[in-house]
Design a protein around this ligand. Structure first.
Ligand code: PEP
Length: 256
């Protein structure tokens, strides 16, 4: 059985003081947590060092929201994979739709970032998902298939075993609209099937595919109990300890 992973993408929210408060609240609520799901928080870069020390001896793991495809050099404003591992990050979100939309990231660039992250021992959370226009045009499957092929280009099977995919329909991110559990599960099955075709069914059966897009305390149970939904990438609801904990709890219950 695949272990569920619930990750919080804090986006450009929480300074270091607010980070400390939120982690303290989460830890307080996690006292009786039995470790049934993996929990990741992805604060902004400026909070990562502080967050790393504050999550010590807790079930929480640390991730970043982005990274450069380069090792080092004259890339003003960028952060490398090596910098992230040096402070104890284990995960990195790659190719979030906001990076695609506002910073023009392409599947090709995302593929390069995934390769770099893996070569440095980071676990990429690779985001894919169709826009509202694409969904309305009935081309979700085509878009997803193209994105899976593009982001995994020339990755070896051993590398694909180390990454997570987050299916995030763009029309559901931060909008309060979410895919129905059945709709989301269908797309997850499609992703799994495609990875199986490119690699092997053993690899696709083990692949963790998170859902992201307005997951909240109310809809988490239904989403996380679907056969092919292995966790969540949570935006808005990860900024409040009680809401994030409710989703973690739903993941734990769905894990049985
Ligand atoms: C996200 O940004 O990855 C996300 C899923 O956001 P939200 O939960 O706010 O829709």
């Amino acid at each position: 059985m695949r272990r569920k992973v619930v990750a919080g993408n804090w986006k450009m929210n929480k300074n270091i003081h607010e980070t400390a408060n939120l982690i303290a609240e989460l830890r307080e609520r996690m006292k009786d947590f039995k470790n049934q799901v993996d929990i990741v928080i992805c604060p902004p870069y400026t909070s990562l060092v502080v967050a790393k020390s504050l999550i010590k001896d807790s079930p929480i793991k640390l991730g970043a929201q982005n990274m450069s495809q380069y090792d080092d050099g004259a890339y003003t404003g960028e952060i490398s994979a090596k910098m992230l591992t040096a402070i104890g990050c284990q995960y990195v979100i790659i190719g979030h739709s906001e990076r695609r939309q506002f910073f023009k990231e392409t599947d090709e660039l995302i593929n390069a970032k995934i390769k770099k992250a893996l070569s440095e021992g980071l676990t990429p959370i690779v985001c894919i998902g169709e826009t509202l226009n694409e969904q309305e045009a009935g081309i979700t499957d085509k878009i997803i298939t193209t994105q899976v092929k593009g982001v995994l280009h020339e990755l070896k099977a051993a590398e694909v075993e180390k990454l997570l995919i987050a299916y995030e329909p763009v029309w559901a991110i931060g909008t309060g609209k979410n895919a129905t559990p059945e709709q989301a599960n269908q797309v997850h099955k499609l992703i799994r099937k495609q990875v199986g075709q490119i690699y092997s069914w053993q690899i696709s059966e083990k692949l963790i595919i998170q859902y992201g897009g307005s997951m909240n305390a109310q809809n988490a149970s239904m989403l996380l109990s679907q056969t092919d939904i292995d966790g969540g990438l949570i935006g808005g609801a990860s900024l409040k300890a009680d809401l994030f904990m409710a989703i973690i709890q739903a993941g734990a219950e769905a894990s049985g």
